[in-house]
Design a protein around this ligand. Sequence first.
Ligand SMILES: [Zn+2]
Length: 467
Amino acid sequence: MSIKWKVSLVLCGLAMIIGIAAFYHNQQASGTEKKKVEPDASYKEVEIVTLVNDGRYLRYAVNYPVFHQKKLDQEMKRFAETALDKFKTSFSEASDVDEDHRYELNIDYEITHYAKQTAAIKFNTYEWKGGVKGAHETKIFNFDFKKQQFLSIDDLFLSKKKSLQKLSQMTFEELKKDRSLAENEHLLKQGTSPEAEHYQYFAIKDRFIEFYFPAGQIAPDKKGPQVLAIKKTLLKGMLKPEYINKEKNKNEKKEPIAKRKIVKLPKQGGFNPNQKAIALTFDDGPNPSTTSKILTALKENKGHATFFVLGSRVQYYPDMLGEIRKGGNEIGNHSYNHPLLTRLPLKQAIKQVEDTQQIIEKAGGFTPTHFRPPYGGTNGQINSAVNMKVTLWDVDPEDWKYRNSQYVANYILTHASSGETVLMHDIYDTSANAAVTIIKELTKQGYQLLTVSELEQWKEARAKKVN
Ligand SMILES: [Zn+2]
């Protein structure tokens, strides 16, 4: 045998060994998929398909149900397999897979509701591709067995636009009551705004419709996903009649209902658009003794007001914010320490407002939407940078100058009229006493005492009536 041949043979052998080793290595790295089909523990006619793989670097467990309902089953299988294929592809394309960078996928489902009329199947997906955190995802399918179709929020309601408006109002009002969720009121408002995608995850139960909000939609990510159940009878006139009927859609098994639920309609904005209204506003606080006096008078007369606070003072009295909000009052931003903002470099002016927002958020757990510049001094640049509503005033009794309760009270009572905003300062005892007088008197005269946000809604409601 020639040398050439010998070399060729050795090379061939080496290639084979490398090939086999690589095959076993890959095999070990990616593993072998096993499939099993078992009955679902809760529903005997439903089966669970499980695809498991326990490779060294590639692991997954994918579950999906089989209802023996062709159209529904196809979609369940398609959903699970599509996610799995995508995951496998990203694994095969990855070049840096190792012990610290394994690939894991977990898809699990939960039959949230199962009745003759409809079923709701919730899939929870968890994917980890190395790194600190994996990705969680939730998806809910609603299937109507009679109609043989999957249901979106549009299929549930008679008028999409009206229903979304109503859902948005109901959910926001309800969730706002929970201080831990309302930590970032801006996010809550955004995440509950009347858009179909915000209400796309739901389950029709016999007496309730449950809505699911993924983590990060209505509250900071760390709070996790949220569920809210709304009693169907509150959705009468909105929900299609076939989904109102509770008998038709009764689950044979007892279904747990979300802890957080709405069983009563919220009061329409808490005001009557046909009745006159005024917004009292108090600047430069909080100041415990005087602010509390005003709060008590508001509570006794079922009125609301707005307190434009200074960041520097909130730092001293953070607990006052909770006291103010408890009565349904509003808190606005009045800068950090009261400079004339237009005289400051733009950056510093913006910082005055932004620092105060953060201080209020930290102390009170919510984000003000209204801003009142000290001395009413602001400009377009400042306003567009802080991106808040600027609230000035209509009636100014100059209570900082006239430290006389009777004078201040009289001035307001003779100058203010419906739809107007009154400026006062809750740091002076004379002003607090004047406030107590006018709160009583204006209420007696039939005025509703509203926050600045409520007064805006009140104006909107009246404008709609005229058109
Ligand atoms: Zn001021």
